[in-house]
Design a protein around this ligand. Structure first.
Ligand code: SF4
Length: 510
């Protein structure tokens, strides 16, 4: 068996991701995964289109692995899916099984070596390619195990995905198959993981016992597809069959789909997928993401009405909630901001002159819509507040009479350890202001006439999922999978939560 890995040179300095025009850190999804088992189909091109639909889940790197039962070829690079692949490279990827990955890095740097699919050869010569969405909580433990076995260099800070791939390959040796190795490995993995992997013949998909990130199974003629979101099934014409269950391993080959359990199910799906991360045309646990966002807008209008002439969204992620807000408040909806959809995804570092344009690189106000109007601006979330501060200044410069900001998620106060990259807890604007009357202080900081967030209860109600089945940790600080050891943000969270408890006890004692 031979593996061919094609790549471009790793840059001297790690790429930091698509250059952001605002110095702002939007919440960033770590990855999207896609897999297809379909003899007779062009699996590389199907995977390419699947990754296109999942591009929003990661824009730093992408890759495709294709197996034909004899050899596995991996092609990956830094950049967008459309920048990495062309007709020639896709035509070179021949086989009946493929998996693809789009990456934004949180664990491990943004370097070519960390782009996925990961590839390892097992001692018996089996090729193993693997793609992973999520972050592991017990990464250090697994990394030390892999280092002790001589599989990774701990000083090179291998990504959690590489560590999983290394352990999987190490334990695959006759008569143990990669499936046997997976059934041993995944019960020992703690954290958020949707993993697709292949031995070049069979396609496997695994979802962590809490089902933090979404993963679904679709039917494509005589073949099968797995994908992070249902929108990726739609783009290749696959029919949704079901979600991969939390704690389930699925194997797909000529015998069809085999399901095995490696752990019990304890649903703790990420509520932020509904609010911001997933594409609105996706469906998670039977609930449309778009319908959830529209409903959040309606509930937000009921909880925090505003007196204004127009409801305008911050495109595009604020649009469904703005529609709901306008419907419920009976205030006209209008597009007051035009989004330049592509410039925020460039890897070309902007010149100083361009950088000074700030938010205008990404959003441009429609003066004739805005001038003299009292605006209700609906956005999906506030992280550091830089975006909203610049946006409000721009709207006032364009002639807005008043700017009332309504946010379709509760204040983000805590970092995520399960696959989303927020700022550190001390950089989140909800923590930078004094906690008494914090909303009024954030409102003043960003320069709005009024500010309100939707409540956690309303957000959860809109998702139509039981609260006990969701992770809401970035809003309520309750981490259902625990926090990773040796992580500075986790240490800071523990300090902040201990201090808050001490303060509560002091007040109780007064
Ligand atoms: S902490 Fe927030 S972003 Fe992370 S999994 Fe939980 S709800 Fe999702």
């Amino acid at each position: 068996m031979v593996a061919v890995v094609a790549h471009a040179e790793c840059p001297d300095t790690a790429v930091t991701g698509p250059y952001d025009d605002r110095g702002e850190t939007d919440p960033r999804e770590e990855c999207g995964v896609f897999g297809v088992w379909a003899p007779g189909e062009d699996v590389a091109k199907l995977t390419y289109y699947g990754l296109y639909a999942l591009q929003h889940r990661g824009q730093e790197a992408a890759g495709i692995a294709v197996g034909d039962g004899d050899q596995t070829v991996v092609f990956k690079d830094l950049g967008l899916v459309s920048q990495i692949f062309d007709e020639k490279s896709l035509n070179a990827l021949k086989g009946h099984v493929a998996l693809g990955h789009t990456r934004y890095s949180t664990a491990g740097g943004a370097c070519w070596e960390n782009a996925q699919p990961m590839f390892r050869m097992a001692p018996d010569g089996t090729d193993i390619a693997l793609g992973h969405n999520g972050n592991l909580v017990n990464y250090l433990e697994l990394m030390h195990e892999a280092a002790e076995k001589g599989l990774v260099d701990p000083h090179s800070q291998p990504s959690d995905s590489d560590v999983m791939c290394a352990l999987l390959a190490h334990d695959t040796r006759e008569p143990r198959t990669v499936e046997d190795a997976a059934m041993d490995l995944f019960p020992r993995v703690n954290g958020a993981f949707c993993v697709t992997f292949t031995d070049g013949s069979t396609l496997y998909a695994v979802r962590d016992p809490h089902g933090v990130r979404p993963l679904c199974l679709g039917r494509l003629g005589a073949g099968w597809v797995v994908a992070s979101e249902t929108c990726a099934l739609d783009i290749v014409g696959a029919e949704f069959v079901r979600e991969i269950e939390p704690g389930e391993l699925v194997a797909i080959d000529a015998d069809g789909v085999r399901s095995r359990r490696f752990a019990g199910t304890r649903h703790k799906g990420c509520v932020f997928e509904y609010v911001y991360l997933a594409r609105p045309d996706s469906v998670i646990r039977g609930r449309s993401v778009n319908a959830t966002r529209v409903e959040i807008g309606r509930l937000l209008a009921a909880e925090a009405p505003a007196d204004g002439d127009l409801v305008i969204p911050v495109p595009e992620s604020g649009t469904p909630a703005a529609v709901g807000f306008a419907q419920a408040s009976r205030i006209p909806f209008a597009q007051g901001l035009m989004k330049n959809a592509y410039v925020g995804r460039t890897f070309i570092q902007p010149s100083q002159t361009i950088r000074q344009l700030g938010i205008r690189l990404k959003l441009n106000p429609l003066r004739e819509v805005i001038e003299g109007r009292r605006l209700i601006v609906v956005d999906d979330s506030i992280v550091r507040g830089n975006t909203q501060r610049a946006l409000i200044r721009m709207l006032r410069d364009a002639g807005a009479a008043e700017v009332h900001v309504r946010i379709a998620s509760p204040p983000v106060k805590w970092p995520c350890f399960y696959g989303i990259d927020f700022a550190s807890p001390d950089e989140l604007i909800a923590n930078t202001v004094a906690q008494d009357d914090a909303v009024a202080r954030v409102c003043e900081d960003i320069g709005a006439d009024s500010l309100a967030y939707v409540s956690v209860d309303a957000m959860v109600r809109a998702s139509r999922q039981p609260r006990s089945d969701l992770c809401c940790a970035c809003f309520d600080g309750v981490y259902p999978l625990g926090m990773p050891a040796g992580n500075p943000n986790a240490e800071r969270v523990r300090e902040m939560q201990d201090a808050a408890e001490t303060t509560d006890r002091t007040y109780e004692g007064v």
